[in-house]
Write a protein that binds this ligand. Sequence first.
Ligand code: TRP
Length: 378
Amino acid sequence: MIVVVLTNTIVTPWEVKGNIDYDKLIKEFGVSKLDDKLLKKLESHTGELHHFLKRGVFFAHRDLEFALKEYEKGKNLFLYTGCGPSGPIHMGHAMIWMFTKWLQEKLDVELYFQFTDDEKFMLKKDRSYEDIQKCLYDNMLDVIALGFDPKKTHFLVDTKHANIMYPEAIKVAKKITFSTVKSVFGFKNDTNIGMIFFTSMQAVPAFLPSVIKKKKMACLIPHAIDQDPHFRISRDVIPKLGYPKPASIQSRFLPGLAGMAEEGKLSSSTGVAIYLTDDPKTVKNKINKHAFSGGRETVEEHRKLGGNPDIDVSYQWLSFFEEDEDKLTKIYDDYKSGKLLSGELKQILIDKLNLFLVDHQKKREEAKNRIDDFMFKY
Ligand code: TRP
């Protein structure tokens, strides 16, 4: 199974565990590192670089150069990303979509946003269909609240858009063998047959716009690196159907609050994720209680020896969510010198997140009347 990267480290679309060595992952997955040359090229179209690009949060890609070349040909490019609705949205999901929104705005292209309610229903043994539909609704509110442009954003819900997606999915499915999905995803004989088929559905939005518009359009997929196995398969199959290979731009995981050594990505199953629906008090309590600290045992020691921002989860989170470079550098230096205490560092993160979340939750309420504006119509 090629999805096991290191002993005790697992990266598959359905499980991420362990301390991830991203350089090793690049090699194992066969993706390319985002280099300065490519970033410059992207910047020439976006006018600036998102701090996720400057800081290596988005760090790998497949065929980004090709996607940009197509973009240069009269914007012959669309974006595609997605959400598997199985629980509340946390900051680890949101960061991918914040970046996607930025890309959409800067490149001024259409975005196809897939909700794989079929996937999560089939994956989670103990969850009912109705239960997943409730998550779907809740997750759509969060995606809308992040500010996507409804004129250029199209939601594809696997069970709702089956009549347009299924005819394409079977064309994909016909070209994928059981032995391929077994080796890529590690499926066993007791895996349900829905999951065995599922990757065909995730392939569809990567070429559906070409089908609809009857022209070969390039596709760029922003996603966290755990989704790469799906697109590794899609990239083999889609050209056989006569459409361009989808390109991707891939991110690291937001570390779990309880410490990077124990958890690979921020997982909702640990119970210490920050959800987009958490109120200010909950955020404060979670961070104070759970955020792994790089500080010293006592204030005296901390003042004398300084903290370690490199292992401090609050600092790591700020490196994702504090866009101001100077502010972040000052926090780093002050923490390291001992001027800034762990409690104070945590408070900076708490304030930063709550500022975003309170506003998000207002927009989320407003989103309740807007779902239909985002649904793909054909
Ligand atoms: N399978 C993804 C998940 O579980 C959802 C998804 C569907 C997706 N299409 C995508 C994610 C494209 C990134 C890009 O979350």
